[in-house]
Ligand binder design. Structure first.
Ligand code: 5RP
Length: 234
């Protein structure tokens, strides 16, 4: 699929997601190129965005939202999130996802966990029969990360420390590192999450199971809303 078609899908998905917002809501704002488009679409509707409180899932998204005059607030004990809108890297037929391509997986999971309704936007390239063509990001604390990585390595076909284009080690907004891990074909991803969390130093992984309330995705050039596995069409 051409990049311009995917960009068009992202734009359709972003516009469709805005329809779920109501004035005065507290919004969990995701991270990534689809969410960048969502921010720019939302920025065109001042009477809506000016009424929202926004908790961002990354420093990058917080800056983009603030640059567009949106009201970005910190997570706080009394703040209930009405809705969370985010992107995805892969979605399978059970509506399990891989996320974290942009490195924001931890904050994305924390914010989504707190939200009453979670909406994910996935262009057609994200629809998969089995998770794993996209390497699974695993966030590990910086201290002793090579030991933690050695401990998770047998669970995967391969693990690779994420680096910036400059060659520097990529650091998350929580100052952790990420290993991008190739899932074994025979691996049951439901078990993988618990195996990973048993390893000291592993903070979280990009496996998002049971997070989707509504998936907005594309088919034949239009947006499809999916809220249960029975409606999955790929
Ligand atoms: C960032 C993420 C993104 O939601 C995911 O990578 C999708 O990004 P894009 O919209 O650019 O395809 O998990 O950590």
């Amino acid at each position: 699929m051409y990049q311009r078609d995917l960009d068009k899908q992202k734009s359709l998905l972003a516009k469709a997601a805005i329809k779920y917002l109501q004035k005065g809501m507290v919004l969990g704002l995701g991270t990534g190129s689809t969410i960048d488009i969502f921010i720019s679409e939302l920025s065109k509707i001042e009477n809506l965005f000016s009424s929202l409180k926004i908790v961002a899932t990354s420093k990058v998204s917080a800056k983009k939202a603030r640059d567009n005059r949106m009201n970005v607030v910190d997570p706080d004990k009394y703040l209930e999130l009405d809705i969370c809108i985010d992107g995805a890297d892969e979605v399978d037929r059970n509506l399990s996802m891989i996320k974290g391509g942009g490195g924001a997986l931890l904050w994305e999971k924390i914010v989504a966990y707190r939200a009453s309704k979670r909406i994910y936007l996935a262009d057609q390239s994200k629809q998969v029969t089995q998770l794993g063509a996209f390497p699974l990001p695993v966030e590990i604390i910086d201290y002793g990360h090579e030991w933690s990585a050695a401990a998770i390595e047998p669970l995967f076909k391969g693990v690779r420390l994420r680096k910036e284009a400059t060659g520097n080690i990529f650091k998350t907004d929580s100052n952790n590192v990420i290993y991008d891990c190739l899932i074994k074909n025979e691996e049951n991803t439901a078990d993988l999450g618990s195996k990973l969390s048993a390893v000291p130093g592993v903070v979280t992984s990009g496996l998002f199971d049971q997070f989707i309330d509504i998936l907005l995705t594309c088919r034949n050039g239009g947006v499809k809303e999916i809220s249960s596995k029975e409606n999955v069409f790929w």
